[in-house]
Design a protein. Structure first.
Length: 317
């Protein structure tokens, strides 16, 4: 069953009427309602397109967090063939908030790492809502180093509210693990491409998103802190999250203008959750184009371009 956000209420009402008319038609109603259904469907599509063409940063935040939005496991299943997951950091244990392994992307071997939030209550608890502990980032480092050793490009899918802030995670070196993962991204002699598919939250995102090419889905967000967290710090009032979202410049459109990211992947009308297959195919095409741009470069050139990309952020502001 489709879940609607508050600002989608006009669309929800129109689509409810369409479903009601379809039920009448299936029930053998003698009234010719085909034309009315088509009219209402067109009206709903136009309303949806108009709403999504003018989303506020806070509304984009809600879309990025939509529970029916496709997650990493969906992208992996759609884009990666022969995926073989690898577990554990060889130091403490396994962390299922970050899933990683090796497979084939359009015929080429790749290392794939992604944050998984989970789609059901059970899965969300198992994956800790996509909030990784230190062992998750250390697993990511292990996989990246293995990929580098064998000359295999890396794709990372980012979707997290942030790294897990629990006492145990801090005791096991959460900040150091994030820093080591960021360092591993920068040290790669193979191309790496990061795609922010939902939330790109704080250091938990940077740990996987320090890549040659950073791409964002059209309605994803990417920020140093959540809007609620920023509002709590700035105004001591988390209810002002909408104000924080507007001022933080967390949308893909703002971040592309500031050269923080390299490209925006278009989403279907109504967001990726409306047509997951189209969204995932668009992401696949963007990833392939990014790798094509980096083909034929030496390891030193790849490292140099990646470093220069991040050093250049803010220079032209």
């Amino acid at each position: 069953m489709r879940s609607y956000l508050d600002f989608e209420k006009p669309v929800a009402e129109l689509e409810a009427k369409v479903e009601e008319l379809r039920a009448m038609a299936e029930g053998g109603s003698a009234v010719a309602i085909g034309d009315e259904i088509a009219r209402l469907e067109a009206k709903a599509q136009k309303a949806l397109a108009d709403i999504y063409a003018n989303l506020t940063p806070w509304q984009k935040t809600l879309v990025a967090r939509h529970p029916q939005r496709p997650h990493f496991v969906d992208y992996c299943a759609a884009l990666i063939e022969d995926f073989t997951p690898l577990a554990g950091d060889r130091k403490f244990g396994e962390d299922e908030a970050i899933v990683g392994g090796f497979g084939r992307f359009r015929g080429e071997s790749v290392c794939v790492i992604g944050q998984e939030k989970g789609a059901t209550t059970e899965a969300r608890l198992r994956h800790n809502f996509g909030m990784a502990r230190p062992e998750g980032y250390r697993k990511a480092v292990r996989l990246m180093e293995m990929a580098d050793r064998f000359g295999i490009p890396v794709i990372s899918f980012v979707d997290t509210a942030g790294a897990y802030p629990g006492i145990g995670a801090e005791e096991r070196g959460q900040a150091e693990a994030i820093a080591r993962s960021t360092e591993a991204c920068l040290a790669l002699g193979v191309p790496n491409v990061a795609v922010i598919i939902g939330e790109g939250g704080s250091g938990g995102a940077i740990a996987l998103a320090t890549a040659n090419r950073v791409l964002m889905l059209e309605h994803a967000i990417y920020s140093v802190i959540s809007p609620e967290g920023a509002a709590s710090i700035l105004w001591r009032d988390s209810s002002r999250a909408q104000d924080a979202a507007t001022n933080m410049k967390i949308t893909a459109q703002d971040l592309l203008r500031f050269s923080v990211i390299d490209g925006i992947i278009p989403e279907p009308p109504g967001g990726a959750h409306r047509d997951p297959a189209a969204a995932m195919n668009a992401a696949g095409d963007a990833i392939a184009a990014a790798f094509q741009d980096l083909a034929g470069l030496s390891p030193d050139e790849i490292r140099s371009l990646r470093a220069e990309k991040f050093l250049a952020i803010g220079r032209q502001l």
